[in-house]
Design a protein around this ligand. Structure first.
Ligand code: NAD
Length: 468
């Protein structure tokens, strides 16, 4: 067992500081400065510079906190977030335009539209596994929508948290975007300030506590949570490619990804070939990726305990090194369905493979469990794809690959039910952090409403029935 505890954040603010920071941001919002589209674009451009000019420092912090290789640091934290910021900077002018709606005949004369209004001051609580993408990423939507933003990075990645606290005020309008470092207690203290909107990324259990605390202030929430994301590998799948893609994405960040393949449902006819090919791919990819290092001793212990308790067959890996906080990429075939590997989110480099006899069995298996953040499918058949798309409910779905649903700004990213509430990325992030205010305007003359003013005559009633 390891005894290592996460390092404390570099600065834990006093209560008065938290209140003062929020008050400062509220005052900035009240000036109207953040509603200006030019201001929003400048902040989004500055976010691009923050990430690109500091890529080496970001890679070093990710290496320090997570043992991440520079390529994976760039791909998952820098490139994806830069892409989001550029997309938002380019399109924010279009997104903010009011959306005119065609009214019903009875509403005429009149005009109706949706006005995108910033909520005000927004709180973003980030997770440690992709500290930049999951803290600055939601902030992009919040800034594009014209809000002021408090960022609370995860204390579990202290070097990344400290770097964000240093860089954000250097690049962004520091009276509009502030970083508050600290742990869960600091998050709760922040939530107690009563924000106008809150976005939380983290585990489902903590998400519940965040939701409860936000409810006291009726703060609207976006909850980006976790869960067990299944991969259905159908009998007709391209097994060599499926195996490589599954192995690669399970190695990235040592499987500590909310949308990592959590477990595989493999058709019995291809199961053995899939296991063998995943084993080959792991052996090929292992040296070059960051596939073993676990974030801290607590998570290392959680994972090794779950592995020790398995009643399945360890087909690949299985070893661990407590001193180095490393766990070998491991494949477990047919674990018991009531053991921790199959009841809890794994969030590490262990991959259970469960044998199923048919596609029906795979679909029923997923649907009998909490709705996952992602559902993956490998198949060559359109009819299999259509069945899974229509019959399996999940936050998002990706066919014949994994993870890339996170790296596009063109699709909403979020969970459903226990895997989350709300979604962001691209225009969806702008909308998530905007209040859609409905505006209806009516001329005063001619005053057509006069036909239904009291006294209510039979004639007026007949006419009203026809109109409405
Ligand atoms: P976590 O829930 O432990 O922590 C997330 C954040 O919540 C941190 O900033 C932490 O300081 C804060 N926090 C901790 N206790 C709190 C409390 N009582 N009240 C308020 N805030 C509190 O999650 P984690 O360990 O950082 O990340 C792992 C989990 O997050 C996994 O379940 C994973 O699936 C999920 N996740 C989801 C997404 C997504 O986009 N949906 C992305 C990454 C991670």
């Amino acid at each position: 067992m390891t005894t290592e505890a996460p390092a404390p954040p570099s600065s834990v603010p006093e209560s008065a500081d938290v209140a003062a920071i929020v008050a400062r941001l509220r005052a900035t919002f009240a000036t109207g400065r953040t509603r200006d589209v030019a201001w929003r674009k400048r902040q989004l451009d500055a976010m691009v510079r923050l990430l690109t000019e500091n890529e080496p420092a970001i890679a070093t912090a990710l290496e320090q906190d997570l043992g991440r290789k520079p390529f994976e640091a760039w791909l998952a934290d820098v490139a994806s977030t830069v892409g989001e910021a550029k997309d938002a900077a380019k399109n924010v002018g279009k997104w903010t335009k009011r959306k005119q709606r065609l009214l019903e005949f009875a509403q005429l004369p009149g005009r109706g539209w949706v006005e995108y209004e910033p909520y005000g001051t927004v709180l973003v609580i980030g997770a440690w596994n992709f500290p930049f993408a999951l803290t600055l990423g939601p902030a992009i939507g919040a800034i594009a929508a014209g809000n002021t933003v408090v960022l609370k990075p995860s204390e579990v990645a202290p070097a990344c948290s400290a770097l964000m606290a240093e860089l954000v005020p250097r690049y962004l309008d520091s009276d509009a975007v502030a970083v508050v470092e600290g742990d869960g207690a600091v998050s709760q203290e922040l939530i107690a300030q009563g924000f106008d909107k809150l976005c939380f990324t983290g585990g489902t259990e903590i998400g519940r506590r965040v939701y409860e605390a936000a409810a006291k202030h009726l703060t609207p929430v976006t909850l980006e949570l976790g869960g067990k994301s299944p991969v259905i590998v159908a009998a007709d799948a391209d097994i060599p490619v499926a195996a490589k893609r599954i192995a690669w994405t399970k190695l990235i960040n040592s499987g500590q990804i909310c949308i990592a393949p959590d477990y595989i449902l493999a058709d019995a006819t291809i199961r053995d070939e899939l296991v063998a090919r995943i084993g080959e791919a792991v052996a090929t990819f292992e040296e070059g990726s960051s596939g073993k290092r676990i974030v801290n001793g607590r998570h290392f212990d959680r994972l090794t305990t779950a592995l020790a308790a398995t009643r399945g067959t360890v087909a690949v890996g299985g070893g661990s090194d407590a001193a180095a906080v490393e766990i070998e990429p491991t494949v477990v075939v047919d674990p018991a369905l009531d053991e921790p590997l199959m009841t809890d989110e794994i969030f590490g480099p262990i991959l259970p493979i469960v044998t199923v006899q048919s596609l029906d069995e795979a679909i029923d298996f997923v649907n009998a469990r909490p709705k996952p953040l992602a559902a993956y499918l490998f198949t060559k058949s359109k009819s299999v794809r259509e069945r899974v798309v229509k019959e399996v409910s999940s936050g998002g779905m990706l066919v014949n690959h994994l993870l890339f649903q996170f790296t596009t700004a063109k699709l909403p990213f979020g969970g459903v039910g226990p895997s989350g509430t709300g979604a962001y990325h691209g225009k969806f992030g702008f909308e998530e952090f905007s209040h859609r205010k409905s505006v209806l305007t009516k001329p005063t003359r001619p005053d057509l409403t006069a036909i239904i003013y009291p006294p209510y005559t039979e004639k007026a009633w007949k006419l009203a029935r026809k109109l409405f």
